[in-house]
Design a protein around this ligand. Structure first.
Ligand code: PLP
Length: 416
């Protein structure tokens, strides 16, 4: 075990880490249900769902079987000129659930945002309006780590100062307030009107801003954006990579407002956390616009596009979710988080405690000491990954009331 960790430290990059690594990661041997089993024998309840993804927990028999069955047929074939049942059925299911028309399958969330942006820019090029190539978003967002998604991440959190001259310069509105404020609606309206002639699209995370700051906002802002985009001839992109598949209490964040964008990104929980796959979906209007252009194709085609293993497990994960009263489970977890995190309000240094769906957030009034907070949670038997001033959890939907209570106690231990 020490050998492995030495090799890890010497050679393996970890997310947002230096090289060689300075913080020793925990070595995970296996995982089942909501529990990670460490190489040293300890067990931790996973309060992170492996970054929003493992909504059904680990080694779910239905998902394991879907992967096994697909391995027995084929693990992968190229998607250019070939197609297969798992990808077709997955795309059809996604279209049905999202009210979109067309699906582009890709390898990761960041790539799906790249594809979404390419769709929007190419749509306007095809209309003979290539000057419409900038994006507008609100501050506090997160859309991935490749360069175009980075350009619409929060400018501070996304380290835009470091990348000046490299990142495309986008238009930023202030971060959305929690509740509906007419002055903020006016701010959005003014900004979109002012930049309409150069804007290809507005891109936002609906209802919950994830890794950009774990902030929630009134779903009526989505109506406002939908109206403004229609009025000013700007496309609307929703990034549901974190919010999709029930996390906020509705199947998608946009369902809180009952509206649809022109382009939609999904990822993370799409595969139930089994492997990497994401999708960019669009309406017929966008697809027709692109396909009637001078270059009548969407020039994108990842090597592992439509991977059959990932498509098969995605389909199984969606069917598993919809086969149960998932909304009731998410509401149960929401209540558990409300009750369990309430005492955090009394702690010194805590600025805010908020819960929406199966998401619980404790925000401090200072930067969290990541190593100490993580250790406090691990000592309480729970895996958490705090960042900036945030200690937060999004448990797997299969977490029991006792699991949720244990997670809340660990959040409080970490905050203390
Ligand atoms: C995680 C995330 C992404 C990036 O997805 P990756 O699979 O990590 O590339 C994009 N947008 C949102 C909202 C996310 O939460």
């Amino acid at each position: 075990m020490d050998d492995l960790l030495k090799l890890d430290q010497a050679h393996v990059w970890h997310p947002y880490g230096p090289m060689p690594g300075t913080q020793e990661p925990l070595l995970v041997e296996s995982a089942e249900g909501v529990r990670l089993r460490l190489a040293d024998g300890r067990e931790l309840i996973d309060g992170m769902s492996s970054w929003w993804a493992a909504i059904h927990g680990y080694r779910h028999p239905v998902l394991d079987e879907a992967v096994r069955a697909q391995v027995g047929r084929m693990s992968h074939v190229m998607f250019g000129g070939l197609t297969h049942e798992p990808a077709i059925r997955l795309a059809a299911r996604l279209v049905e659930l999202t009210r979109m028309d067309h699906v582009f399958l890709c390898d990761s969330g960041s790539v799906s945002v790249e594809v979404a942006i390419k769709m929007c820019l190419q749509y306007w090029r095809s209309q003979g309006r290539p000057e419409k190539r900038r994006l507008l978003t609100w501050r506090g967002g997160y859309h991935g780590d490749t360069f175009n998604p980075m350009s619409v991440c929060d400018p501070d959190g996304g380290m835009h100062a470091l990348w000046r001259g490299v990142l495309p310069e986008q238009v930023f509105a202030d971060a959305p307030p929690v509740s509906l404020e007419t002055s903020y609606v006016q701010h959005l309206s003014d900004l979109i009107e002012e930049h309409a002639s150069e804007l290809a699209a507005v891109i936002v995370e609906p209802v919950v801003q994830g890794a950009g700051g774990m902030r929630f906002h009134d779903p009526r802002y989505l109506h406002v954006l939908r109206e403004l985009c229609l009025t000013h001839d700007v496309l609307l992109v929703f990034d549901e990579i974190a919010t999709g598949f029930g996390r906020t209490g509705e199947l998608f964040g946009m369902d809180h407002a009952g509206i649809s964008p022109d382009v939609l990104c999904v990822g993370k929980a799409l595969t139930g956390g089994y492997m990497t796959m994401a999708a960019a979906l669009c309406t017929s209007r966008v697809a027709d616009g692109i396909s009637r252009g001078e270059v009548p194709v969407l020039a994108h085609g990842p090597t592992f596009m439509g991977n059959p293993l990932a498509a098969a497990v995605s389909l199984a994960s969606i069917e598993l979710l919809l086969s149960q009263d998932w909304q009731c489970e998410v509401r149960r977890i929401e209540q558990g988080l409300h009750a369990g995190l309430a005492p955090a309000r009394e702690l010194p240094g805590v600025a805010d405690v908020r819960v929406l769906g199966a998401i619980g957030v404790v925000q401090l009034d200072h930067q969290v000491d990541m190593a100490r907070a993580t250790k406090a949670a691990v000592d309480a038997g729970v895996w958490l990954r705090p960042f900036r001033d945030l200690i937060y959890t999004m448990p797997p939907y299969v977490s029991t009331d006792d699991d949720v209570a244990a997670i809340c106690q660990a959040v409080i231990a970490a905050a203390s």
